[in-house]
Design a protein around this ligand. Structure first.
Ligand code: ADP
Length: 245
């Protein structure tokens, strides 16, 4: 696949697959295209070349005139219900309570009853360590708490795929560990497929089945985390890891 923004080609000759239940971490310098991949999978950006398939379904197709077009909105929406995404900046709805943030999509998109959605939301709030914050407004919470709500909100949809986009980068260092532990538990206790962009190399090493090192929109090296973190073969990976570890 390929992705251009105007004349800037940010992903080139990219070809990889992620198996069901696999956890893949994308590492590499800022601007190397990692976030763009997650946004493409979530259909928040459109591909400019090649294909992405989610569960066998392409996200774009060629119309009768041979033009590349995204699949219809309805199909994109259906696809998004199966994917949870957690962003660096939490992106909670500020005018809704924590509970409303979590139950909104299960009720309006999945058609769950309010009672079922609420019961699941309370158990997720328990799981992320915020059992008493259901009625709080997001902006009254700390960054770490907001991010835990965002994780609960993503999990409330029972996603098959979870996209984590630098979820701890905006947090104070002392709360990063708590958020990562919640995600470690999610990884341990579910079979959700995860695509992770992070600068937390310890976390990447613990949870990933595979690590892919990006540079300039290409994968320069990929492998098992033990190999990538202890004996990277590519000079660019060695250089990157020695700068961040
Ligand atoms: P990373 O996640 O590795 O830091 P990104 O995927 O965010 O990298 O960005 C890759 C490149 O794409 C960067 O050069 C960035 O400036 C560019 N880019 C990302 N989003 C947009 C956009 N919406 N419009 C134009 N350029 C973009």
């Amino acid at each position: 696949m390929e992705k251009r923004f105007g004349t800037n080609t940010v992903l080139k000759d990219l070809n990889f697959s992620v198996a069901r239940g696999e956890r893949v971490t994308l590492i590499g310098p800022s601007g190397s295209g990692k976030t763009t991949i997650l946004r493409l999978v979530m259909t928040l950006e459109e591909l400019t070349g090649g294909y992405i398939y989610v569960d066998g379904q392409p996200l774009t197709y060629e119309d009768r005139a041979g033009r590349r077009v995204p699949v219809p909105k309805k199909q994109q929406k259906a696809l998004r219900t199966r994917i949870g995404m957690v962003f660096q900046q939490f992106n909670l709805f500020p005018n809704m309570t924590v509970l409303e943030n979590i139950i909104e999509a299960p009720i309006h998109v999945l058609g769950q009853s309010r009672k079922d959605a609420m019961s699941k939301a309370y158990s997720l709030l328990e799981q992320v360590g915020l059992p008493d914050k259901a009625d709080a407004h997001p902006l009254s919470l700390s960054g770490g708490q907001q991010q835990r709500v965002a994780i609960a909100r993503a999990l409330a949809m029972d996603p098959e795929i979870l996209l984590l986009d630098e979820v701890t980068s905006a947090l104070d260092p002392e709360v990063v560990g708590d958020v990562l532990n919640i995600l470690r538990d999610v990884a341990d206790s579910t079979n959700v497929t995860m695509l992770i962009v992070t600068h937390e190399m310890g976390f990447a090493r613990d949870v990933s089945h595979k690590v892919m090192m990006f540079d300039g929109g290409r994968v320069v090296e990929e492998g098992h985390p033990d190999q990538i973190f202890t004996s990277p073969t590519h000079a660019r990976t060695q250089q990157f890891l020695s700068a961040v570890l």
